[in-house]
Design a protein around this ligand. Structure first.
Ligand code: ZN
Length: 315
């Protein structure tokens, strides 16, 4: 069943929010919004009372709470012949590293297995105890690299941002209204194989419980501007845009884009997330630790933390 057809989605108040978002988009893309000049859109948006969102104060991390995870993933790749690809020791060691940190922090972790190219693949799933299991906020990143390199920006950076987010959930003793689940996906580089296997294995009821899936794929690209924001779930897109705008950081809506969130979107689950874009080292040997900009990586992590905090606070 499509989540949009559930009573939960229908009663979710924010008709007003959608109107605001639509006007905002028109203001940004005035040339394609015939009949709604930017000035009129802004004026009308001003007349709409702000959406009453829960007041949430999310933690803020510094680079030393994020970058050590990338150092660890680089070391894992170095010990495993230079990559962390599906079916390799580098991938399995990456899963073990993230899982150990999550287990220590109090998450309930599980490995979801799938087969690709005759080899067993693994998705690492981590649930934070508590929250309404009928309303799940799900956040994920792919943990595998290509065989051509260590994949530290693509996507050690997203994996590290996600892990830092999860560890803040634990550190702050977060008591979310909605249930919070994280996943580190295998075999994304082979065509989103891990995430699509996971979504395929969900029952219709389990899919309906997922209110939104947030993805982060490449979070620390050097020289990056702007942040590329997935434009699907209105609340997620608005949360990311607002966070970046408040810090004078530019964003561009990319529609759906292409990473593991597509597996969820194809199943009718609203999706969100962002990327910082490809670089010259994407899928190359040089996608090493020094290919990641610590400031961008930390900024991305804090944007992700803030949005997760907002989305799980909703009832
Ligand atoms: Zn990627």
């Amino acid at each position: 069943m499509h989540p949009f057809s559930t009573p939960v989605r229908r009663t979710a108040g924010p008709r007003r929010r959608r109107t605001t978002a639509a006007l905002g988009l028109c203001a940004a893309l005035v040339s394609v919004c015939a009949g709604v000049p930017a000035s009129a859109a802004e004026t009308r948006a001003d007349l709409i009372p702000p959406v009453t969102a829960p007041v949430v104060t999310a933690p803020v991390v510094t680079a030393d709470q994020v970058m050590p995870h990338l150092t660890a993933l680089q070391r894992i790749a170095d010990r495993a012949g230079g990559n962390r690809a599906h079916g390799t020791r580098g991938y399995r060691d990456s899963v073990a590293y993230v899982k150990a940190a999550l287990d220590k922090a109090g998450f309930r972790t599980a490995l979801h297995r799938f087969t690709h190219d005759g080899t067993t693949g693994y998705n690492l799933i981590a649930d934070w105890p508590g929250g309404d299991p009928g309303h799940i906020v799900f956040a994920g990143a792919h943990l595998d690299s290509e065989e051509t390199g260590p994949g530290i920006n693509d996507n050690g950076s997203g994996s590290a941002a996600l892990l830092a987010t999860a560890l803040q959930v634990s550190k702050s003793g977060l008591k979310p209204n909605r249930h919070l689940r994280f996943a580190w996906w295998g075999a994304e580089e082979a065509g989103m194989v891990g995430s699509s296997a996971y979504v395929r294995d969900l029952s219709a009821t389990e899919r309906d419980r997922i209110n939104v899936y947030l993805n982060v794929d490449m979070a620390g690209t050097k020289g990056n501007r702007p942040w590329l924001v997935v434009d699907d779930d209105p609340a997620a897109a608005e949360a990311f845009r607002t966070w970046f705008a408040a810090r004078n950081l530019s964003t561009v809506g990319i529609g759906i884009g292409g990473s593991d969130h597509v597996s969820f979107g194809d199943a009718g689950i609203p999706v969100g997330g962002f990327a910082t874009g490809i670089d010259d080292c994407t899928h190359q040997t040089c996608d090493r630790l020094e290919n990641v900009d610590p400031v961008t990586e930390t900024t991305s992590t804090n944007a992700f933390i803030s949005t997760v905090w907002q989305l799980v606070a909703r009832r």
